[in-house]
Design a protein around this ligand. Structure first.
Ligand code: DX5
Ligand code: ZN
Length: 220
């Protein structure tokens, strides 16, 4: 089954509860982008906003930590209600420990990888996670153009998962819409993050449905 994860980054921040209500019934996951102005050039939401949104949704909360020293904040995001937390491979020298902290807190642990980070970087680390978040844009902003060479990388990671018999899901984030979704799903992605292609459109239900329809013909 394909999971749709609208990214709140493209929503109207002056009315988050109302914005979440527009995707509540059609989405599977709510993707929350956490940025620190250090690892990435932008600043976005912290645990207080995640906690405030938690009261307005039953969706799975997926916190994508684009921050330096992510271990310092894992407990705060767990306490705020995150059920999936990803840390960037590029930010964390003690990745196994960070992932274990997430799992110990009862959430799914993910490794996020930038577009230029090769699949080989996951050779050992993939054993310690529940999902891999493959970035198909450089993290920091919504509305960027999909970087196509990540497609063979998704295929490679998917093959690694299959060969080792792991139950690791592949999530893809950046430039996903009804045109690019089939490319990443064919390569093995199962969780699709989309910001501008959902919150950037007036009819959110129709936007989510058109992504689902675009991938429904594929054999997944
Ligand atoms: C970018 C974020 C994404 C972003 C995606 O750094 O991680 O989640 O919201 O936005 P779109 O779907 O517009 O590329
Ligand atoms: Zn994200």
């Amino acid at each position: 089954m394909i999971k749709i994860a609208p990214s709140l980054l493209s929503a109207d921040f002056s009315k988050l509860a109302e914005e979440i209500a527009t995707i509540e019934s059609g989405a599977d996951v709510l993707h929350l982008d956490v940025m620190d102005g250090h690892f990435v050039p932008n600043l976005t939401i912290g645990p207080a906003i995640v906690k405030a949104c938690r009261a307005h949704s039953k969706l799975l909360f997926d916190c994508h930590l684009m921050i330096s020293e992510p271990q310092r904040y894992i407990d705060a995001f767990l306490a705020a209600g995150a059920q999936m937390i990803s840390v960037h491979y590029e930010t964390e020298p003690h990745l196994q420990r960070a992932l274990q902290m997430i799992r110990d807190g009862g959430a799914k642990a993910g490794i996020a990888v930038n577009p230029a980070t090769p699949a080989e970087a996951l050779a050992t680390a993939i054993e310690f996670c529940d999902f891999v978040l493959v970035m198909s844009v450089n993290p920091g902003f919504g509305g960027q153009r999909f970087i196509e060479p990540v497609v063979p990388k998704i295929r490679h990671i998917s093959q690694m998962v299959r060969e080792r018999g792991l139950s690791v899901e592949i999530e893809v984030d950046g430039g996903i819409d009804e045109t690019t979704a089939p490319l990443v799903v064919s390569a093995g992605a199962r969780i699709l993050v989309a910001g501008s292609a959902i919150f950037g459109r007036k009819d959110r239900a129709a936007a989510m449905q058109s992504i689902r329809t675009a991938v429904s013909v594929l054999n997944t």
